[in-house]
Each structure stands twice: as structure tokens, then as C-alpha cells.
Write a protein that binds this ligand. Sequence first.
Ligand code: NAD
Ligand code: TYD
Length: 366
Amino acid sequence: MTKLLVTGGAGFIGSNFLHYWTKKYPSDQIIVLDSLTYSGVISNILPQIEKKLIHFVNGDICDKNFVKDLFKQYCFDKIIHFAAESHVDRSIHSPSKFIETNILGTYSLLSASLEMWENNFKGKVFHHISTDEVYGELNDNDPPFTEISAYAPNSLYAASKSSSDMLVRAYNKTYGLPTVISNCSNNYGPYQFPEKLIPLMIINILEGNVLPIYGNGSNIRDWLYVNDHCTAIDLILNSGKIGETYNVGGMSEITNLELVIDLCRKIDFKIDKNDELSKRFPNNLRVKGKSSETLIRYVTDRPGHDYRYAINPKKICTEMNFKPAINFEKGINFTIDWYLKNEKWWRAIMNGKHSDWIKKQYNENR
Ligand code: NAD
Ligand code: TYD
């Protein structure tokens, strides 16, 4: 039985990871540390909490004394560090939270890990979840990022994640802390907070709201289905080499405009085929006989907007036999269907009252 700490487990990737892990390794002892910021949705993992598959602790990774006490109490074998401020647009308007959580929060976890493990590192791993955005942007003809691409962050989010990667690296080089880092491309799938491109567009199409495309929509992202990311983390955690970095990508590059048009067409098609959906979403343009594509609006570009991200995942593919199982066509259909089935989930978020009562209940957990 492994004693696992998962930070940020109530967020998008963290909660998908907990669903994956508790199914595959039900006898592990899992502690989830999350401060339930706006993107932490406790209901994402409530069934796992209620079934006692995980123990939830409401706390801030930046609170050094609290983190140290928690580490002393549990003496974890492995740590998977997802907790972060994760939205580039928010980092433009209020960078300070990004500096605190992503840099100082990671530092607090690293220093508590060193103290907890007291140089007895056998079987221990600190897995830091990072992003391809640390490498900056690519042009059309550039080869995809590899693990030795130079860091060149352009957004405050990317700069804060780059800094945290550097701290993780330095803890390994200086103190021998058993760390691994994975840098992955844009994830998509169930439970993604509807401020990110794919869920935002799905919901706006359903609701007949405008579809804001930054700039001219030619920016390219390399999409990775979240469950494939979870598989990659599993492989890295179990057989990754300490001190190494692994790039994880979906090998699915597409421009934002192509992606949004694809979502419009797929959702319009579903609406055409299903009367029940027309009743549930009366404001959808297709219901009114028009195409949802007419809702596309080109809006002022994001400052410092990276043109293209793409990952070369050769290292994890050859060393660990990783292969994304879900191609983009399949993954995007699953994702649309998930948001159609889970209207209550996103409506609660849109109405700003997601899980407030549950949040209160778990605040008393500390
Ligand atoms: P998210 O915003 O959905 O979730 C973040 C979680 O961290 C939330 O549950 C939040 O409550 C928690 N959190 C934030 N600050 C905290 C703090 N100070 N203490 C404790 N908990 C805190 O993010 P996500 O999309 O699930 O991303 C998870 C990780 O993956 C992040 O480190 C992100 O940088 C990285 N990543 C994400 C993507 C992506 O496409 N979503 C791509 C590459 C890398
Ligand atoms: P996002 O989901 O914010 O992820 P990231 O910035 O980490 O890549 O955005 C994905 C792409 O979609 C990015 O190029 C910005 C663009 N975008 C829009 O064009 N309109 C939007 O409303 C949003 C949220 C993003």
C-alpha cells in the first residue's frame, strides 16, 4: 500500500487523476490537499470521499507550517503536485496569486518533503505536474518541444510554472530529493472549469452565446485527452527515472478556429438529431434554424498570446510505451457528451454557487 499525497485534487486534472487512481489502485491510502479556490470543485471527488477511497484535507500549500505538520502526520511515499493557479488570462490581470501558489507553494511542498524524508529517499517520489508553456511558442515550421528545449516563458502563468520547475530541479540536484517533472500539452475532458477554451465554447454554443476567438483564431494547441495524461502520470510515477523530465502530448495539433468550428458543427448535429436537446437548450442557434458558427466573434488578442504549442512525446513513448489511447475525434465527442450529461455541474459553476455548502462542511476538516 502506497501513501499518496495529491495536491489540487479537486481541480480538473487532479479529480480525473483521482477517479483513475482509485479505480486502479483502490488499496492505496490517498490524501488530497486542496484549498478549494474558484477552480476547486469538491463535488468532483465527493463519491471518492464518501466511499473513503480518499481523505480530503482543506488547506493551502503556501501555508508552510500547516504543510509541514501534515507531512509529519502522514509521512507520504509519493507526492503528485497538481495544485496551481492555471489560467493564463487570470495571470495577466492578477499575477500575484500565481507567484504565491505556483512558486512559493511549490517551495513549501519541496522543503516539507525534504524534512519529512530525512535523506531516506528509497521508494519516494515527488512528481511535479508542469506545462509545455514553459518552452514559449513555436512557429509553423519549428519542431515540437522536447525535454531539452530551452525555457522561454511568455505569460505570467508560464513564468511561474517555469520557476517552480527550476525549484524542483534544484531540490533534486542540491539535496538529492527524488523528483520527476512532466510537462504536458493542453488537456481537455470531463470536469474542466468552463473558463478554458473547450468547455467555455461548448457551453456558449448550447446557450446561444457569442464565441470569442482571440486574434484571428490561427493559434495552435496540441490537445491531450485528460485520461491519457493520467495514464502517463501512472507510468512516470511507477517507472520514471528520478531527476528526469518527461514531455506528454496528444499529437493532436489544431487551430483554435478549426476547433471552435468543429464544436459548432458537432453540437448542431446532435441538436438536429435529438428533440430532447432542443427542449433543454432553447437558446441554441440551431434550434432557431441557424448555424452556431454565426456566433463566432474575433476579439482583441490576449497579450503575449503564444502562437503554437506542440510536444514531441518520443521519450515517454519509447522508454515507457506510452501512447495516447484517445484520438482527438473520439475525445472531443466524449467531452461534448459529458457536458451534455452534466448540465447541473456546469450550471452550478456558472451561477457561482458550486458546492458552497460542501465547501463549508470541509472547511471544518483542518
Ligand atoms: P485547475 O485550476 O482546474 O485546478 C487547480 C486545483 O488546485 C484546484 O482544485 C484548486 O483549488 C487547487 N489550488 C489552487 N491553489 C491552491 C493552493 N494554494 N493550495 C491548495 N490547493 C490549491 O487546474 P488543472 O487544469 O487541473 O491543472 C492542474 C495542474 O496541471 C497545474 O499544475 C497546471 O499548471 C498543470 N497543467 C494543466 C494543463 C491544462 O490543460 N489544464 C496543461 C498543462 C499543465
Ligand atoms: P486556454 O484554454 O485558456 O488554454 P492555454 O491558454 O493554456 O492554451 O486557451 C486555449 C487557446 O484558446 C489559447 O490559444 C487562447 C484561446 N482562447 C480563445 O480564443 N478564446 C477564449 O475565450 C479562450 C478562453 C481561449
